[in-house]
Design a protein around this ligand. Structure first.
Ligand code: HEM
Length: 238
């Protein structure tokens, strides 16, 4: 039977051929495992597409358009987080059957995830240029948000983007502990929980986290030393 226009447009035939056929699955739950990871790669592809456009909108001072796409990226992060719950329905023993199929493969090698780690922090450059153009520092912007409302909105959007991605990483760590245990060695032989915890300290926009400390400090709250959790410069793969 000829493909319908719907099938042609979405390329469903190819799409459906990208999963193992039922007779090749090592266990029932492997289908879910493969689809959840494939869908995650697609969401991350869209996220990256939006990040590039947000950069352009910020550079062109089109802050409303940028804000809409920040909202979209936030929703993608939430979907990434939400779909992790599907894997809660897989027992640890079933996962170990799937694991035999992975070779040395791990999420550490996710192309979408690794590209996001490099791409998201590049949103800082056009934002910084806008701050310079408007002769305002990050601190002044937070002291007086209504003076530059559009820039403050973008600062909040950047912070939200960062926070939502970290929330996804945090929920992934919880999933790992639930399914396989935090003390297993990672692909590179390091303690999985310690490895993933370090990632939780990898902020895309450290300036926006730091300004919160600074505001508290100015209110008389003694600020301690940095946590020292993340030894990597921001944006670098860890
Ligand atoms: C049964 C579910 C899962 C288990 C047991 C699991 C396990 C792990 C473990 C142990 C690591 C540490 C690194 C390593 O061992 O090489 C890791 C890293 C990673 N996983 Fe998963 N994972 C699961 C599901 C997922 C899903 C659904 C995604 C898709 C979004 C994902 C994406 C990642 C990413 C991006 C990393 C690297 C994190 C970083 O570098 O901070 N994982 N995973």
């Amino acid at each position: 039977m000829a493909n319908t226009d719907y099938e042609k447009y979405l390329n469903t035939e190819t799409l459906m051929s990208l999963q193992k056929s039922p007779d090749k699955l090592v266990c029932h739950d492997e289908m879910q495992f493969q689809i959840v990871h494939q869908v995650a790669e697609l969401w991350m592809k869209l996220y990256l597409h939006e990040v590039e456009q947000i950069k352009a909108w910020i550079s062109e001072s089109r802050f409303v358009e940028a804000h809409v796409l920040f909202t979209r990226c936030g929703q993608i992060s939430q979907l990434l987080s939400e779909q992790l719950r599907l894997l809660n329905t897989m027992s640890p023993n079933e996962y170990h059957k799937v694991r035999t199929q992975l070779g040395k493969g791990s999420g550490q090698e996710s192309p979408g995830f690794n590209t996001i780690l490099g791409a998201a922090p590049t949103l800082w450059e056009p934002f910084k240029k806008q701050l310079e153009k408007n002769r305002v520092t990050v601190e002044e912007l937070h002291d007086n948000p209504t003076r530059h409302p559009e820039l403050f909105l973008i600062a909040e959007d950047l912070f939200g983007l960062d926070e939502q991605f970290l929330n996804f990483r945090y929920l992934h760590l919880q999933l790992v502990k639930r399914i396989i245990g935090g003390d297993v060695p990672s692909l590179k032989g390091v303690h999985a929980e310690k490895y993933l915890m370090r990632g939780l300290a990898n902020q895309f926009f450290p300036e926006l986290w730091a300004v919160r400390n600074e505001i508290s400090r100015r209110r008389g709250i003694p600020i301690g030393a940095k946590s020292g959790l993340c030894p990597y410069p921001h944006g670098e793969k860890n």
